[in-house]
Design a protein around this ligand. Structure first.
Ligand code: GRF
Length: 195
């Protein structure tokens, strides 16, 4: 067996993607979800972490953007790979440099459409519906210094129906996310293990 890979999941919200990833790797001895990093003390993802006995790191804005102290926590936990799952802050350059090519994100639309600053959560789905798009989907991509910009790893699409509300479309897209995000993380991790 090669090296064990430790993952940190960064999330700000409910954490349903985090949960899908945690459950996916629960029986995998080569991969461990070591840490959940969160910026909101009341985020649902913290309860998910607790239920699965995963350590959490709650970060404050000032600390995240002007200090490097959280990098120590990532080093201490021996993190190899970072998965963003509904994390709403832009990733600082220093973090990108510390994990080159090892930070990925999921966006609930078909980038490059409906991405960028302010395009998150229901706002994405509302914009897709307002523009009468016939399809939307998910984009899994590497993270660079710009919002929703790094190179695409994977996309999957779904229909947008005429009567869709942002909530209904969000649910359809969530199902795609649960279906693919854990598997794509696993594929990328396998490559890391083999190298
Ligand atoms: C997901 O739709 C993801 O694509 C986006 O934020 C949402 C997070 O949902 N980046 P959850 O917290 O995983 O339930």
């Amino acid at each position: 067996m090669g090296k064990k890979i430790n993952i940190a999941i960064f999330a700000s919200g409910a954490g349903s993607n985090a949960k899908a990833i945690i459950e996916h790797f629960q029986t995998n001895r080569e991969v461990s979800i070591e840490l959940i990093v969160c910026n909101k003390p009341d985020a649902g993802v913290l309860k998910i972490a607790k239920d699965h006995q995963i350590s959490t790191l709650l970060i404050e804005k000032e600390q995240f953007f002007s200090q490097k102290s959280y990098l120590e926590a990532l080093n201490e936990a021996k993190i190899d790979f970072i998965v963003l799952a509904g994390f709403l802050w832009k990733i600082p350059e220093v973090l990108i440099q510390a994990f080159p090519g090892k930070i990925i994100n999921i966006h609930p639309a078909l980038l490059p459409k409906y991405g960028g600053k302010g395009m998150y959560g229901q706002k994405v789905h509302a914009a897709v519906i307002a523009n009468h798009e016939k399809e939307s989907g998910i984009t899994i991509h590497y993270v660079d210094e710009q919002y929703d910009h790094g190179s695409t790893i994977f996309q999957a699409s779904c229909v947008v129906l005429e009567n869709d509300t942002p909530e209904i479309l969000a649910e359809r897209i969530h199902q795609l996310e649960y279906q693919y995000y854990p598997k794509i993380v696993e594929e990328l991790i396998l490559k890391l293990i083999q190298h």
